[in-house]
Design a protein around this ligand. Structure first.
Ligand code: IMP
Length: 426
């Protein structure tokens, strides 16, 4: 027994929450290992929809210890609003644990995120403006404040003073904005947040290792996705953390030898929010149809997601960098009405066929996708409960993807509900 990692294999919003929720049934702990409230996981349980940003998806099971790992950036206000929302819907959040080493997001991170985007003008990244990048930047600069700093007001003040001493002149001179007030922030963090966060603060490294040493299986829950990874994604159009499987080890404190399963989650097509290259992007009626049927608008920001065809070149890369053991495909039902379905199997650039994802952005921005066109199934899949009930064309589509990407399809989502999942290994 060891750890299972769930990673997004595209540009996020693949529906990881649904599979995290499903796999969590057999786990004792679910650990978020990177990102912050830029994530948005929607889980539908018995008709009730739960939109989670920070709290690990496993919270909906009473037997699970949900853990916010050291690699996450936490806005304490958002965390407390989310736990209050869950409690109001009858979900017990008392088992939630937060790493003392997780960095915090402050109001100035959020402001900086928006200001930096504005200053980038047409080169803006399209961030979620949640302060994610600036908070991770402070972490790298070693000026960030961590959750553990909430527990000692003297240290909290000292560290915040250093930050504001550097930040406030920048706010004034570069951005022509008012600076941030030490007392005001300290008051909110110490009086409002600390009393409620303190009971959650835990040595999460010991916690997860005690679970593993007891022979329990734990789940490491990724947010965002492979192509938003700071190192492996389409830089600079990425997030500021490592959502890939290696990041799961760093952000949870679980060493690689404990990982026995890496589930890559992919939509049956692709979407992207924010700017950046997207070889198989659709600008036509089919794209609009996918957006409409798939309700492709951000859970958090409401932004329309950019749609495109499934891309096996990307998926092969995702398989490699994550050591993916299996693929979980979501939203297959969104393609139900299409006459034909395209799958990108290679790119063309300068007359050459490329099957490996190009590392050079100048190449990636100028590739032309090479498609195989497969017949659609023109059948409502939302009621399908077993692999054997899939129409031939849908089964063929999945086999084609499997063969092209070199990784077995293990789970398939055919609707938003907890039960609308086909388990190919069952
Ligand atoms: P940031 O994470 O807010 O800094 O945004 C950086 C990029 O990642 C932008 O293109 C965002 O749209 C994208 N992004 C961040 N979080 C998510 C997510 O949960 N789903 C999809 N895209 C995301």
């Amino acid at each position: 027994m060891g750890a299972t990692v769930i990673v997004g294999t595209q540009w996020g919003d693949e529906g990881k929450g649904k599979f995290t929720d499903l796999l969590a049934r057999d786990m004792t702990a679910v650990v978020r290992f990177q990102g912050g409230h830029n994530a948005g996981h929607t889980i539908v349980v018995e008709g009730e929809s739960f939109a989670l940003q920070l709290v690990p998806s496993g919270v909906l099971y009473p037997h699970i210890t949900p853990v916010i790992g050291n690699g996450v950036v936490v806005d304490p206000g958002v965390l407390l609003r989310e736990t209050a929302m869950l409690e109001s819907k009858g979900v017990d959040t008392s088992k939630l644990r937060v790493s003392g080493n997780a960095h915090m997001i402050f109001p100035y991170h959020q402001s900086l995120d928006a200001l930096q985007e504005r200053h980038l003008g047409k080169n803006k990244l399209g961030t979620t403006k949640r302060g994610i990048g600036p908070s991770y930047a402070d972490k790298s600069m070693r000026t960030g404040l961590r959750i553990q700093d909430l527990l000692d007001e003297k240290i909290f003040r000292q560290k915040l003073e250093v930050v504001l001493h550097q930040l406030n002149p920048v706010m004034a001179r570069v951005y022509n904005k008012l600076g941030f007030d030490l007392e005001e922030i300290t008051e909110t963090f110490m009086n409002e947040y600390r009393p409620k966060i303190e009971p959650m603060v835990t040595d999460t490294i010991s916690l997860v290792h005690e679970e593993l040493e007891a022979g329990h299986e734990i789940l490491l829950e990724g947010a965002q996705a492979t192509f938003l990874d700071l190192d492996h994604g389409t830089y600079p159009y990425v997030t500021s953390s490592n959502p890939t499987a290696g990041g799961a080890c760093v952000g949870s404190g679980v060493g690689p030898m404990y990982i026995d399963r890496v589930v890559g989650v992919a939509k049956a097509y692709i979407t992207r929010v924010g700017a950046g290259p997207f070889p198989t992007e659709l600008f036509d009626d089919v794209g609009d149809h996918i957006v409409d049927v798939g309700h492709e608008y951000g859970t958090n920001t409401g932004r329309r997601r950019r749609p495109g065809w499934f891309d096996c070149v990307m998926m092969r890369y995702a398989r490699r960098v994550n050591s993916m053991t299996e693929l979980a495909i979501t939203k297959l039902d969104v393609l139900d009405d299409l006459d034909t379905i395209k799958v990108c199997v290679a790119y063309e650039h300068d007359g050459k066929r490329i099957t490996d994802f190009p590392y050079h952005q100048s190449v990636l921005h100028n590739v032309t996708p090479v498609y195989e066109e497969l017949p659609g199934w023109k059948t409502d899949l939302t009621g399908v409960t077993d692999r054997s009930e899939l129409p031939m064309a849908a089964a063929d589509y999945l086999s084609f993807v499997e063969e092209q990407c070199g990784v077995p399809v293990r789970l398939v989502g055919v609707g938003p509900g907890r039960k609308q999942v086909l388990d190919f290994a069952a």
